[in-house]
Ligand binder design. Structure first.
Ligand SMILES: Nc1ncnc2c1ncn2[C@@H]1O[C@H](COP(=O)(O)OP(=O)(O)OP(=O)(O)O)[C@@H](O)[C@H]1O
Ligand SMILES: [Mg+2]
Length: 397
């Protein structure tokens, strides 16, 4: 396809750089524009969900200014400052992750080594959330993301081609479409892969060279992209998908695994839900509904009891429903309840506003979960003092 008259990427351009080097520089220039925009704080106006580095630009700037510890090459913050960003400092830095500090220390220090990080856990344990914030704090860019699915192709991990240009010009660097991972290698940033175990095994194996050699060969251009310092990879995988496309042992050896647990105590989980509900309410510009701690605690209690198959006092064993009843679902049940209360209620969150959401979250399978829920309702909810309003609302829902 290449007739020899077109300079290939290995040849030098006028500036004395190879085409790939030049393109890396162009790419960095685009990235800087994104960072400058992020410095504005909230990101582009009207955007539904600004990236973490945009939303928390102020906190990141504060941390960077005060950070006197050594930063690994290519990092914007020291590992200690990244952990502070994640867990908060009780003052201006808000906590993003609620959970054991040690886990975050292990995750962050892994990223400063040549091993990649695998975040594992049941649904809704903040794997995606933590990986976004890690990338934002370390590289100032959480957007270098590959969403893993059964249909993820090798191009998503390596590179593809702009076919119009490929046909017109032959394989040139301008016709090459880099994957987010290749872009992260060129800029020395953190790349993210979501749901790695859903990706077909042969596609997963494309990562082995990237992780062990820190380079991505481009045989069509007779060249390679070598990762700049600062490059690393965070993958997330769901415990429930275990066995779908198990990671090959060659790949697994290149990852350190951190398992994110479900919140240890009901108080922790209430804190997480309350915090996220307040943030989401602000982001959605829902009319103010007073943070109804009582309803939040009720949702969390129900979810924890059904999840663990035991009432809080340990007296009654329960059947567990088929769904996961994750913290993430508790957050969305409460947020939906707030929207109901704000738009159709009297502006305060009542049991009736969360009841339908809870029933919907618990009953995923109409037959078996229906039995579990009715038994819980009649034996636990009905007898509990102060829960009569909720019992009535749930029975009607
Ligand atoms: N320990 C926690 N600390 C802070 N937030 C949490 C915690 N656990 C859950 N969350 C919240 O739950 C929500 C969902 O988290 P996220 O989407 O990251 O879960 P996930 O583990 O990626 O789930 P899935 O396996 O379904 O992809 C986020 O809004 C996050 O803030
Ligand atoms: Mg996720």
């Amino acid at each position: 396809m290449n007739d020899g008259t077109i300079p290939t990427a290995g040849e030098k351009t006028a500036g004395g750089r190879t085409a790939i080097e030049q393109s890396a520089i162009d790419q960095t220039a685009t990235d800087q524009t994104a960072t400058e925009r992020a410095a504005g704080g909230q990101g582009p106006a009207g955007v539904m969900r600004p990236h973490a580095e945009e939303q928390y630009a102020e906190e990141l700037a504060l941390l960077a200014a005060a950070d006197e510890r050594p930063r690994p090459p290519g990092w914007r913050l020291s590992p200690q400052a990244v952990v502070t960003y994640l867990l908060g400092d009780g003052a201006k830095i808000t906590p993003k992750y609620v959970g054991p500090r040690r886990l975050m220390e292990v995750a962050v220090s892994t990223l400063a080594t040549d091993r990649a990080l695998l975040l594992l856990g049941v649904p809704g344990t903040a794997k995606t959330w933590v990986s976004e914030h890690l990338a934002a704090a370390i590289s100032g860019d959480s957007t270098l993301l590959v969403q893993g699915t059964a249909g993820t192709a090798e191009e998503a991990i390596r590179y593809g081609w702009n076919y119009a240009r490929l046909l017109a010009e032959g394989p040139t660097d301008a016709a090459l479409v880099p994957s987010p991972i290749m872009r992260a290698m060129r800029t020395g940033s953190i790349a993210r892969i979501e749901e790695l175990t859903r990706v077909p095994s042969d596609v997963q194996d494309a990562l082995i060279t990237v992780l062990s050699e820190k380079s991505l060969p481009v045989p069509e251009l007779n060249t390679e992209v070598q990762a700049l310092r600062g490059f690393n990879l965070i993958a997330t995988a769901n415990d429930r998908d275990r066995g779908v496309n198990e990671l090959s042992s060659a790949l697994r050896r290149r990852f350190n695994t951190v398992v994110l647990p479900v919140p240890a105590s009901a108080d922790d989980e209430v804190e997480i839900v309350a915090r996220r509900v307040a943030q989401l309410g602000r982001a959605l510009e829902l009319p103010e509904v007073p943070a109804a701690m009582e309803e939040i605690r009720r949702v969390v209690t129900i979810f924890r009891e059904l999840r663990s198959g035991m009432t809080e006092d340990g007296r009654t064993t329960l059947k567990s429903p088929t769904g996961t009843l994750s913290t993430a679902e508790a957050i969305s049940v409460v947020t939906n309840g707030m929207a109901l209360a704000a738009h159709f209620g009297d502006g305060t969150l009542h049991p009736g506003d969360v009841a339908a959401g809870i029933v919907g979250a618990v009953i995923k399978d109409p037959v078996s979960d229906g039995v579990v829920w009715r038994e819980y309702l009649e034996t636990v909810v009905r007898e509990r003092s102060g829960w009569l309003d909720f019992y009535r609302a749930a029975r009607d829902a």
